[in-house]
Ligand binder design. Structure first.
Ligand code: 13P
Length: 340
């Protein structure tokens, strides 16, 4: 891998590989730990991330890992700093740099992501700590009269300001506008809102000189709202998602890396697989999953040091399945074989 930004962006979407999002904020990881009755302390968080990052064989399917501010400063059990450990495996260290979504003024139910003040200095520090790429997540909610254009364009503007600062700092930005899939809306509505969102995002990126070759896009798939009575098939999801991207994502973008956004781990893999099976596409289409890569590992570990190996096996399995979905080579029967 060369060291220019386009090389790094392309290495992150290398064939057969994708990104692990392990950048849960302290509040979010507490929620995940609550679900397995484990207390969230600096040390339990470190031990859990150590389990993931020392999984042998994961690097065959994982190109990069997104860390959190606390995690990028932590160490493996043998004293190796996490970014150095990942680097030694050929896994590219990254970092979440946004400071979370807050209420957007005068826009009930809508949010804006904060974290631009002081970002230039933080990026320089993270680069010194070993980060080669970053992530910033904007949150778009679908409701009766939302999202407003006000919400879409202020979030797109912030994403582009973040992206431009990353290019200046010599770091690849992952641009993440997440249209939430909570609600009872149809897949057509998800298509419409995702289209409006990507239109605003790529307009702002262009205007603010964020060169498309040097970034990655992390979008939602176009799905039926989770509470919608009619759930689209994987085939419909793949077709509408690709239709939306072909209209709005320039071919110069090296890769699209999905978030999982609350889909089950197997659904997230199967849908990525269906999308890739319909290729070739103008961009690499990959994953940057949090929950869909980690949920079975978290459960198998359960906070008990005696279960580290079981946790690692569960994580490696999901990494492998998603790696296969990169080329449309996954099938659900592969899940049963391993479970047997
Ligand atoms: P999920 O895959 O759990 O949605 O997390 C991905 C992510 O990084 C969201 O910002």
């Amino acid at each position: 891998m060369g060291n220019n930004l386009e090389d790094i962006a392309r290495a992150l979407v290398a064939p057969g590989k994708g990104i692990l999002a392990a950048d849960e904020s302290t509040g979010t990881i507490k929620k995940r730990f609550d679900s397995i009755n484990v207390e969230s302390t600096e040390d339990t968080r470190r031990a859990y991330r150590d389990l993931l990052f020392t999984t042998e064989g994961a690097a065959d399917h994982i190109s990069g890992v997104i860390l959190y501010d606390e995690t990028i400063r932590q160490e493996s059990a043998d004293g190796t700093p996490f970014p150095k450990l990942l680097d030694s495996q050929g896994v590219i260290p990254g970092i979440k740099v946004d400071l979370g979504a807050k209420d957007l003024a005068n826009a009930p139910g809508e949010q804006i992501t904060e974290g631009l003040d002081g970002l230039r200095d933080r990026l320089n520090e993270y680069r010194e700590l070993g980060a080669k790429f970053t992530k910033w997540r904007a949150v778009i909610t679908i409701g009766q009269a939302i999202p407003s254009e006000y919400c879409l364009w202020t979030n797109a503007h912030a994403l582009a300001r973040y992206g431009a600062l990353c290019l200046e700092a010599g770091i690849v930005p992952i641009i993440e506008p997440e249209v939430l899939m909570d609600g009872d809306h149809t897949i057509e509505r998800s298509f419409d809102v995702t289209s409006r969102t990507l239109h605003a995002v790529f307009t702002e990126l262009r205007d603010q000189r964020v060169w498309f070759e040097e970034m990655l896009l992390k979008p939602n798939m176009v799905l039926s709202g989770y509470e919608c009575s009619e759930q689209a098939s994987d085939q419909q999801i793949a077709e509408l998602t690709l239709k939306c991207f072909r209209r709005h994502v320039p071919a110069a973008v090296p890769g699209i890396v999905f978030l999982s956004g609350g889909q089950s781990d197997e659904d997230a893999t199967a849908r990525l697989n269906t999308i890739n099976a319909m290729g070739p596409h103008p961009w690499e289409i990959s994953f940057s999953y949090g929950r869909a890569l980690q949920a079975p590992a978290l459960k198998a570990w359960g906070g008990d040091a005696a279960n580290v190996q079981a946790g690692q096996e569960a994580y490696l399995h999901r990494a492998k399945m998603n790696g296969l979905a990169r080329s449309g080579s996954y099938s659900p029967e592969m899940e049963e074989k391993v479970a047997a």
